[in-house]
Design a protein around this ligand. Structure first.
Ligand code: COA
Ligand code: AMP
Ligand code: ZN
Length: 436
């Protein structure tokens, strides 16, 4: 019997640091030429007085300005494209309908390259043909579902596209198909734990699970430990963001000590979020990423707003692609509930368009008995605060419906009388996160 190969893509995964740098330089220079074709970069660079001919090597990266989420919003949907539209085969779009949405387009080659990165990620944790992979995250416009899906099929896993939610069906599929690997949002892993408990299922005894990929939102080592113990799996941290394809940017190897960033696809910088200057190696700052292997829509020095650090030293697995630490937080006000990204401004825009809503509101995030909830407390105007329960329930329902269609999760809505919410020195406190 032939020995199992150790790497999915040995040539790239085992490049030396010098070889990685040389490959990055080649791809970076190619990417600069491509980016110049996009309306956004041409305008941005002309304004900054940059001639792409002056970019001669990777040391010139820092001459190029950052790209922000706001730029993506302002040039939504097509302003970043570098190829004719008939070369595109996929688009993913973030939630938000009121000027907040961002779009990422992919050519066929982009989808193939992304799938290859995902196959590497899963392979390095021990996933192999014969495994049954249940993909319990959002499909559709979310990148998590389809990103893993294509990688898993490329690797040769039997892929079960079960999507997010519907716990009864998830359990049935696990039992019927003998699922060995799951991809699941941390908050759902906790909630599904309760579901299994309530139904008398002991995963270690009754199921075949051995690996779980957890990502798309922050979670602690404590959550990893609980999930590992309860399900009898090894948990691997998975990091990505839609702007950088989706998952597959950084992933833990079998040593579970930080996530390798695939440096043949992304150039990594860690900067001080205030000044934009690089932080000393190993210190926490904001992750800035440049795509160097994407043809439809390259992004240059993209401010992820995620706070992390480069881990020092080399990894015993033999991969020289550097590792980042668990994400420590954000340098903006975005928060994530049930794997869905939310900006307070989205909530505000929805609320302020409803005439019965007053001037103040508050978002409270809770984790109670393993269930995450987003509670939106809303002051109503003087005109509405009457003792008519039916009227109040109608308003609550309306607010909930409008928020759900903007945010994609269902918040609990609480109505509060005018001036009923606390203010600190006149300033409203908008977000209270009580999740551990
Ligand atoms: N991921 C997947 N499913 C989840 C979840 C999560 N983080 N949190 C809860 N669920 C499940 C619930 O258990 C419930 O299923 P059940 O009734 O069979 O037990 C179902 O989803 C709906 O729960 P509810 O709390 O009413 O959800 P909601 O309406 O507030 O949100 C979700 C709907 C969960 C489907 C939506 O939050 C979602 O799609 N999340 C996944 C996002 C994702 O995949 N992100 C990856 C981005 S790359
Ligand atoms: P999206 O663009 O919807 O895929 O969301 C991307 C964002 O989710 C990132 O910018 C992070 O803030 C967050 N995220 C993704 N993976 C992780 C992870 N493993 N740990 C913490 N946060 C994560
Ligand atoms: Zn490693």
């Amino acid at each position: 019997m032939s020995r199992d190969k150790e790497f999915w893509n040995e040539e790239v995964e085992t490049l030396s640091p010098g070889e990685i740098e040389a490959l990055q330089e080649d791809r970076f220079l190619r990417m600069v030429k491509q980016a110049w074709e996009s309306p956004f970069y041409r305008q941005q660079w002309i304004r900054a007085g940059i001639d792409p001919e002056d970019i001669k090597g990777i040391e010139d990266l820092r001459k190029l300005p950052f790209t922000t989420k706001q730029d993506l919003r302002d040039f939504y949907p097509h302003g970043f494209l570098c190829v004719p539209k008939d070369r595109l085969v996929r688009v993913h779009i973030s939630s938000g309908t009121t000027g907040q949405a961002t779009a990422v387009f992919y050519t066929r080659a982009d989808i193939a390259a992304w799938a290859e990165l995902m196959a590497r990620c899963m392979y390095m944790t021990g996933a192999r043909p014969g495994d049954v992979f249940q993909n319990m995250t959002g499909y559709g416009l979310f990148t998590g579902g389809l990103g893993f899906h294509y990688g898993a099929e490329l690797l040769g896993l039997l892929t079960v596209p079960s999507g997010a939610g519907n716990s009864k069906r998830q359990l049935q599929l696990m039992k019927d198909l003998g699922t060995t690997i799951i991809h699941i949002i941390p908050s759902y892993a906790l909630r599904f734990m309760d579901y299994l408990n309530e139904n008398g299922v002991e995963p270690r005894k009754d199921l075949n699970l051995r690996i779980a990929y957890l990502g798309a939102e922050p979670y602690s080592e404590e959550v990893r430990r609980r999930v590992e113990e309860f399900y009898g799996v090894k948990v691997y941290n998975s990091y990505g963001l839609s702007e950088m394809n989706g998952p597959g940017v950084a992933f833990e190897c079998s040593y579970q000590k930080g996530m390798h960033i695939w440096e043949d696809a992304y150039i990594v910088e860690v900067v001080d979020p205030e000044t934009g200057e690089p932080v000393p190696e190993g210190e926490i700052g904001e992750l800035v990423l440049t795509t160097i292997n994407r043809e439809g829509m390259p992004l240059v020095r993209y401010r992820t707003r995620d706070l992390t650090r480069i881990l020092p030293g080399s990894c015993p697995c033999g991969r020289n692609h550097r590792r980042i630490d668990r994400i420590q937080g954000r340098s903006d006000d975005m928060f994530i509930v049930k794997g869905v990204n939310i900006f307070p401004i989205q909530v505000e825009q929805v609320l302020m368009a409803i005439p019965e809503v007053g001037t103040n509101y508050r978002i409270v995030l809770k984790r109670e008995k393993n269930v995450d909830e987003m509670i939106v407390q809303v002051e109503v105007t003087d005109r509405i605060f009457i003792e008519d329960m039916r009227e109040l329930n109608r308003l609550k329902g309306k607010i909930q419906h409008e928020l759900k269609s903007e945010l994609l999760i269902t918040p609990l809505v609480e109505l509060v009388e005018p001036n009923g919410l606390p203010r600190e020195e006149g300033k409203a406190v908008r977000l209270i996160d009580l999740r551990k």
